[in-house]
Write a protein that binds this ligand. Structure first.
Ligand code: RIB
Length: 308
């Protein structure tokens, strides 16, 4: 059926559940604390495999218990982690995630071994790019290596999905040129374009700016309001599925993976966005990043139930 190659970060998540996310100068009580496998790249690689795609992951971890946690979660999902670097000197990246009572979060990331994903690492893994059909990448790694990955994937004629999370203001213009899909959320599109992106009209205007730079499809995730797709054919809005959210961590990652898997299977873009939306919708009803990612059967069942 083809293969998805994910290049991205691996983290151990430390999840702190509090009623409200603490404000500057405030001390709050933690209601619940958990460690779980995370990292935007690892979450997307885990989700691609759980949703049924043959998935290879490029990343780096340390030689510690957090590396074991992330790698065993990925292996259990069926992701090929044979190309993941294991550092003896750097510890696995980690993230401190505050989640409030309605499931919204803030995240602080310590990069650790993720910094070892250099441009040389990409050169060493060109065969994996050549062997893939869809290349999926985020921005939680050194920017230069992410851009090199995208350049190489484009050179090989691969379908590229670029999830610019966390956002950077310094994305080189050539990255946008000919890019198949970019998938920021509303905050990220504001940051990468320098434009306001609060209303639907503002999001569409910011997306137009990216189309002018050569992006073919701008897909903006807007949380519980769904997704906006902007292309040369116009603007289309996809509502989110109505669910009770407990933790939105990795919802964007699950959406990106669902989109990639559906495209790999040859679904049209409308169906691929709806599939990603459904997978993300299920993920927010559960706690944690990788533990919240649904299986393929769950997503198919969820979509079927919407039409009964
Ligand atoms: O997208 C969610 C992820 O962001 C978390 O798993 C955390 O590790 C950070 O990378």
């Amino acid at each position: 059926m083809g293969k998805i190659l994910v290049f991205g970060s691996s983290n151990a998540d430390m999840i702190l559940k509090t009623v409200n996310i603490p404000q500057k100068g405030e001390t709050v009580r933690c209601e619940d604390y958990k460690n779980a496998a995370g990292g935007k790249g690892a979450n997307q690689a885990c989700a691609c495999a759980k949703l049924g795609a043959d998935t290879v992951f490029l990343s780096a971890v340390g030689s510690d218990q957090f590396a074991d946690m992330v790698l065993s979660s990925l292996r259990a999902a069926g992701t090929d982690v044979s190309r993941v670097l294991k550092s003896a000197s750097q510890s696995t990246g980690f993230a401190v995630i505050n989640v409030d009572s309605v499931g919204e979060n803030t995240i602080v990331v310590v990069p650790g071994a993720n910094q070892l994903c250099t441009e040389e690492y990409i050169s060493e893994n060109l065969a994996a790019i050549a062997d893939a059909d869809i290349c999926l990448v985020q921005l939680e790694l050194p920017g230069k290596s992410v851009y090199e990955f995208i350049r190489q994937a484009k050179l090989c004629g691969k379908t590229v999905i670029f999830n610019p999370a966390p956002a950077s203001k310094d994305i080189p213009d050539d990255i946008y040129d000919g890019l198949d899909y970019i998938t920021p959320n509303e905050t990220e599109i504001a940051q990468i374009t320098g434009m306001a992106a609060e209303s639907e009209a503002e999001i569409a205007a910011a997306a137009e700016r990216l189309l002018e730079k050569g992006v073919k499809n701008v897909i903006v995730t807007i949380g519980s309001k769904g997704v906006i797709h902007v292309s040369s054919e116009g603007v289309r809005r996809y509502p989110a599925y109505k669910v009770k959210s407990v933790d939105t961590t990795a919802a964007g990652d699950t959406f990106n993976a669902g989109l990639a898997v559906a495209l790999l299977e040859g679904k049209g873009l409308q169906d691929a966005i709806s599939f990603g939306n459904a997978a993300a919708g299920i993920s927010v009803t559960r706690n944690g990043a990788q533990p919240s990612i649904p299986s393929r059967e769950e997503v198919d069942g969820f979509i079927k139930n919407q039409y009964i």
